[in-house]
Design a protein around this ligand. Sequence first.
Ligand SMILES: [Zn+2]
Length: 155
Amino acid sequence: MKYLKETGALINMDGDLMHLFEGNAGSVNFDPQLIWDLHKNSPGTIYAICHTHPPGMIQPSSIDKEMLKGWVYALHPFPVRIIVIAEDDGYIVETCYFAQVESKESWLTRNKETPREFKMFLEFHNHYDPEEGFPPYIETLLDNSYEDDSNIIES
Ligand SMILES: [Zn+2]
């Protein structure tokens, strides 16, 4: 069982995989055009932008948070979530950050006195025991990020 690379995905509200992105050892190439097109075709359909991290790195990186911020402005009024999936202490940890930005209308009403209000916070943390299995989107991401996910616990 060996970690190979990061892998990314877009999921909808039901946790269905909408698209898979290839990554490398330290990052994922999220195709912005693809995300934009999906959003245009069906606004609000993207529930979360997910990706795996190397073992132990359960938090989003500063680059991840910058990306989240960028998409929140682009996809407004819809909130955006970023989900990081990483192995930690024999468990698979799923960490979700939620972000939203104030509407332009509300900001203009305030005469732009202060910057548009932006909030980002930890929405949830899930710990999965590999012996008990994973939601399908996590299973797919792990399949793509690990050489063999049959015995994650022995990593
Ligand atoms: Zn990341």
